[in-house]
Ligand binder design. Structure first.
Ligand SMILES: Cc1cc2nc3c(=O)[nH]c(=O)nc-3n(C[C@H](O)[C@H](O)[C@H](O)COP(=O)(O)OP(=O)(O)OC[C@H]3O[C@@H](n4cnc5c(N)ncnc54)[C@H](O)[C@@H]3O)c2cc1C
Length: 435
């Protein structure tokens, strides 16, 4: 089998790259190890950071660097900030993605700049991408797991070895096949669910730490690229989502309440002291580190005015029992074993509690995103350890390191998938003239 451009992974980064490569006139094939498209992209909230009101690429860039503690590769962070708006518009105009008529603000952003795809779901971005690809005549081969990257004697990537008919329940199933390509775009996502690999880089992240990621979010393609001589960076910077709850598995319902309502409009308290202990609108690393420093699950609270103002439904979380409703703050204090007088004092001081009922959720961080990954340049070419592009090899999305430095801001990963997916797809299609 031979194609111009081979895209590995069918999340947003891969599908966006495939659209751009096919639109550039190349023959394109997408490979996906699972039975369906979407990776973690499909379970995302569909939040896309671009420019808000009174915003600018410069302000966005400065926010990225502040959260990233300056570890970001400046040229990559700058590209994200500068191309975010254009990519959002491309998703609307070329793909037909529809966004809600509102902007969210998440911790660490200076302004509200998160556009949410309708339904607050990655599906609203995935469907138009898949429709565009079928319009462009691009196929996706499912249950096709990339196991090896192939090179010629000069080190140029020439294709991949796959296991076709792969089944994650039985790794030995399927048969090996070689697929040749003029260029390969790696878009296999992060390694949040790869306990062995993440623990190698951050010893605290044992199997006991839950993750919001799909269980097959693993590092095999990243490791294969390293074997080939690709460079990596920031692999020990693994993001913990501070809005997750120990009262449910995976992502669940807590983040939708905590991140969209509690953090901007409510408070988080330590149940032992009934006091706040951090700025809830700090970036994810700051808030997650503060929770870890407390050492036990804490409680996120909001009143009915905050819930009405944010406008997001709590129905599913209440039904599941992860979010709880209370007629009074005394009831809430008793449910979470807090001193009621102290809690009352804390809520009065916050100025954020005016109208019952009140809502509570227990919070404890979970592995959510991996900032580290492959080294690329501004053309999305994968770099070797000497900083030289590996001919024929591109990468985009969560697999790449350096865009976010020490901490990714909320809704910036989808932006990253679109900005760098587009660059990778266009350049991969132009391979002959580029390398
Ligand atoms: C629950 C949740 C909510 C989120 N919400 C948001 C949000 O609202 N906004 C935001 O910006 N970010 C959000 N994120 C983060 C964001 O969704 C991800 O970082 C992003 O979607 C990653 O996209 P990707 O294309 O790089 O990888 P993925 O979407 O994970 O896709 C990678 C694909 O590659 C495939 N693959 C892996 N290895 C192989 C192999 N060996 N061979 C073949 N295929 C392979 C995988 O099966 C997968 O389908 C969220 C993340 C989660 C988990």
């Amino acid at each position: 089998m031979t194609t111009d451009v081979l895209v590995i992974g069918s999340g947003f980064a891969g599908l966006v790259a495939a659209v751009e490569a096919a639109a550039g006139g190349a023959s394109v094939l997408v490979l996906e190890k699972m039975r369906a498209a979407g990776g973690n992209s499909i379970i995302s909230d569909g939040g896309f950071a671009a420019l808000g009101a009174d915003d600018s690429p410069e302000l966005f860039y400065n926010d990225l660097l502040r959260a990233g503690q300056g570890l970001n590769k400046p040229e990559l962070a700058r590209l994200l900030a500068e191309k975010a708006q254009e990519s959002l518009e491309w998703s609307r105009d070329v793909l037909g993605v529809e966004y809600l008529d509102r902007l969210e603000i998440f911790g660490g952003h200076s302004v509200a700049r998160c556009y949410t795809a309708k339904g607050r779901s990655g599906v609203s971005l995935l469907r138009p991408l898949l429709a565009k690809l079928s319009q462009l005549g691009v196929s996706i081969l499912y249950q096709t797991k990339v196991e090896q990257l192939c090179t010629d004697p000069q080190g140029r990537v020439t294709g991949v070895v796959v296991r076709q008919g792969y089944d994650h329940r039985n790794a030995a199933m399927g048969s090996e096949q070689v697929i040749e390509a003029r260029s390969v775009v790696l878009a296999t996502g992060g390694f949040g669910a790869d306990v062995k690999f993440r623990q190698l880089h951050d010893g605290r992240l044992t199997a006991a730490v839950d993750t919001t990621n799909k269980p097959f979010t693993t590092a095999e393609v990243l490791v294969e690229a390293l074997r080939l001589g690709a460079d990596s960076l920031h692999l020990s910077h693994v993001q913990l989502g501070p809005w997750a709850s120990p009262d449910e598995k995976g992502y669940g319902e807590a983040p939708g309440f905590a991140d969209y309502t509690v953090f901007p409009l409510g408070i988080v308290v330590d149940p032992v002291t009934a006091q706040r202990f951090c700025d809830e609108m700090g970036d994810r690393r700051t808030v997650a580190d503060a929770l870890l420093a407390v050492g036990h699950p804490c409680v996120g609270l909001a009143d009915s005015q905050a819930v009405a103002q944010s406008g997001w439904s709590l129905e599913r979380g209440l039904k599941k029992g992860v979010i709880k409703e209370f007629r009074s703050l005394e009831d809430l204090a008793s449910a979470y074993a807090m001193d009621p007088a102290r809690l009352l004092e804390t809520t009065i001081r916050s100025g954020r509690f005016k109208a019952p009922p009140y809502y509570g959720v227990r919070l404890w961080p979970k592995v959510h995103y991996t900032m580290g990954g492959l080294a690329i340049n501004a053309d999305a070419q994968v770099l070797n350890t000497k900083g030289i592009p590996i001919a024929g090899l591109y990468a985009a999305g969560e697999l790449v390191g350096g865009v976010h430095g020490a901490c990714r801001l909320g809704s910036c990963s989808i932006t990253e998938c679109f900005v760098f997916g587009r660059i990778a797809g266009r350049n991969a299609a132009n391979q002959e003239s580029r390398v």
